[in-house]
Ligand binder design. Structure first.
Ligand SMILES: [Cu+2]
Length: 138
């Protein structure tokens, strides 16, 4: 009798572990397909005209604001304003656009994010992934 109970609780534990693994794989797969939707662009093409939307972020001990909603299907230039950025937020990366730059402690840096479809989310981070910046196109 006791053995039967042990067996059924083992089966429940196995089912929970399998479900957790499937859930994690699902999350991983979802993230991959999302980043695949990002339009690859020349990040150096930072020309700004009247149709360009400029998104401003202050760099100092992280990114402020660290979540921005931007207009979809519009050329978008990210303006990083370093203000006494003597910390690792200056080691700036956008992995999905293969962009990586050491920002000056003071001054402005422009990054072209291109035109992105609604729902696209671009994540930037310091090189250690400690500070995050998300730009969502809506
Ligand atoms: Cu960091």
């Amino acid at each position: 009798m006791e053995e039967e109970q042990n067996n059924s609780s083992n089966i429940i534990v196995v089912i929970i572990i399998v479900a957790a693994v499937i859930f994690l794989l699902f999350l991983l797969f979802q993230n991959k397909s999302n980043s695949g939707d990002i339009n690859k662009v020349n990040t150096e093409d930072t020309a700004i005209d009247e149709n360009t939307q400029v998104v401003e972020v202050t760099v100092k001990g992280g990114y402020t604001p660290n979540y921005i909603e931007a207009k979809a299907n519009t050329k978008t230039v990210l303006k990083l304003i370093s203000n006494q950025a003597f910390d690792c937020s200056a080691a700036f990366q956008i992995p999905a656009l293969a962009y990586s730059k050491f920002l000056p402690p003071n001054g402005e840096t422009l990054v072209n994010l291109g035109e992105q479809a609604a729902g696209t989310e671009i994540t930037a981070a310091c090189s250690m992934g400690m500070y995050l910046l998300k730009i969502k196109f809506v």
